[in-house]
Design a protein around this ligand. Sequence first.
Ligand SMILES: NC(=O)c1ccc[n+]([C@@H]2O[C@H](COP(=O)([O-])OP(=O)(O)OC[C@H]3O[C@@H](n4cnc5c(N)ncnc54)[C@H](O)[C@@H]3O)[C@@H](O)[C@H]2O)c1
Length: 267
Amino acid sequence: MRLEDKVVIVTGAGGGLGAGIARVCSREGARVVVADIRGDAAQAVAESLPGPALALACDVGDDDAQHLLVVQAVERFGRIDGLVNNAGINFAKPFLDTTAAEWERIIRVDLRAVFFLSQKVCRQMLAQARPGGSLVNISSVHSQAALPGAGPYDAAKGGVVAMGKSLAVELAPLGIRVNAISPGLLNTQIWQDIQDAAPSAEECLDYWKSNIPIGRVIETEEIGELAAFLLSPASSAITGANIFADGGMTAQLISKEPYVSRALEGK
Ligand SMILES: NC(=O)c1ccc[n+]([C@@H]2O[C@H](COP(=O)([O-])OP(=O)(O)OC[C@H]3O[C@@H](n4cnc5c(N)ncnc54)[C@H](O)[C@@H]3O)[C@@H](O)[C@H]2O)c1
């Protein structure tokens, strides 16, 4: 098992992607701290995992709650080897209408929390026997390409990647690696909401198939597999990376060709 005996914190693990990451980490032998602002949801996920797990109610945007999360994880499992900064909130509203309070709400959870929780976890990782560890930050395809109305979210997700590179080069000599994963459209509540809002399920599927080269949304455990790899010694040479797990979405130049061009031979 890739994460035998490792202690891994996954934030926002009470549902969606975080729960998928927690499941894979647990299957791979990790002792998992399932942290979520919804304590009851965290508890349900922790109880469903195959290995030892601790559920904690925690608002990652709150500095005192971050401190408690680290203290309680160490109290229960004795050390911390990995942190997956997954908790995140989405946002879509026209730029001209976005308020300062909305900007701050998104940045607080999607960017500031990643920095300061990582700081607390790294201090612990460096203080323990066998210092070192691995941080995995969940960014998004929004770190590469944009949608209208997503300014605060895109700023946060781009910031997570840029900040992660700085942490990676600073912490590499200390044995801590820092990487980002940028998922494409995931099979979570967001995908359900998109389908529910579409005039026809068939048209909706066709549209998204044309936008995602592999022709489907991404399963949460596919991201979990990548996170487990980045948390494990198998990825020991990888730090400061932003890995796209988006079914080719950001590799595609144009989503749907309006017409088919003649063959181009480079002349
Ligand atoms: N769903 C997608 O298509 C998609 C694509 C790319 C990236 N992402 C990123 O993946 C991550 C997870 O997204 P998801 O789709 O699973 O979302 P989700 O809303 O289904 O789950 C997010 C979880 O985070 C928790 N959470 C929210 N605020 C929190 C806080 N302040 N403290 C602690 N926990 C908090 C929620 O309770 C929830 O359990 C996010 O960072 C998101 O930006 C999602």
